[in-house]
Design a protein around this ligand. Structure first.
Ligand code: DC
Length: 229
């Protein structure tokens, strides 16, 4: 069985991270959540006073990019991988609303993208990796042997996001979550550099009406077909 690179792209809260993480666990590959890297840069900018009233000090952030170290701690008992920002576990903070509402404009900055794409390519150079994000199949690993584009309606995704937040004890209004999702969809798919779009050779999975087991079956089946080719 050959070792391959798997790129999973799609809209926010489409369930791609859950699928990607589980596929990695089942086939013994490394999983990397590229969105967590953009979130970690956003948290860094917030903590270093580089965002005022929703305005980003772009030049200030670009100058500090080399000071931002992002790593992943191995999955803990709960199965989730923890993102480390300069050695500090920030897995929880990078998921809060403050970060979520600033991450798309941060991800539009050319220098931020170049910096993170380089790190992502470095992480994937041995293959045997599953990375999820927005531009993995188009920009980070255009030669990935397996590319998946996950699609789901904004309404279904907002409900999913709300449930995830409730589990973590956060109460946020459904309308606010839906607005955040639509806003991010818009920025992510219309930005000038590496916008979110389906790679020509990606397999599309619309999971509006699929449960987790059905999605995993679809994904594993595709993985098996490609690795045995
Ligand atoms: O997958 P996520 O919702 O955690 O991603 C957070 C943001 O990061 C998303 O709104 C857009 C950006 N992102 C990106 O531009 N490119 C990626 N490869 C991953 C995420």
């Amino acid at each position: 069985m050959r070792r391959i690179t798997v790129a999973i792209d799609g809209y926010s809260s489409s369930g791609k991270s859950t699928m990607a993480r589980e596929l990695a666990r089942r086939v013994g590959y490394v999983y990397v959540d590229s969105g967590a890297m953009y979130r970690a840069v956003t948290l860094y900018a917030l903590e270093h006073g580089l965002i005022h009233n929703n305005t980003i000090d772009r030049e200030g952030l670009i100058k500090l990019l080399d000071n931002i170290r992002i790593n992943f701690a191995p999955a803990g008992e709960d199965g989730t991988q923890h993102t480390l920002l300069n050695g500090r576990d920030v897995e929880r903070e990078i998921r809060d609303m403050q970060v979520s509402s600033m991450v798309s404009p941060i991800a539009e900055i050319k220098e931020v993208r170049e910096h993170l794409v380089r790190l992502q390519q470095e992480l994937g150079k041995e293959k045997g990796i599953i990375m999820d994000g927005r531009d993995i199949g188009t920009t980070v690993f255009p030669d990935a042997e397996m590319k998946v584009f996950v699609d789901a309606s904004a309404d279904v995704r907002a409900h999913r996001r709300q449930k995830e937040m409730e589990v973590r004890g956060e109460k946020v209004k459904y309308e606010d979550i839906l607005e955040n999702i639509k806003n991010r969809d818009h920025i992510d798919s219309t930005r000038a550099i590496s916008p979110l779009r389906k790679a020509q050779d990606a397999h599309v999975l619309n999971n509006d009406n699929l449960d987790h087991t059905q999605q995993m079956e679809w994904l594993i089946n595709l993985f098996n077909v490609i690795t045995h080719e």
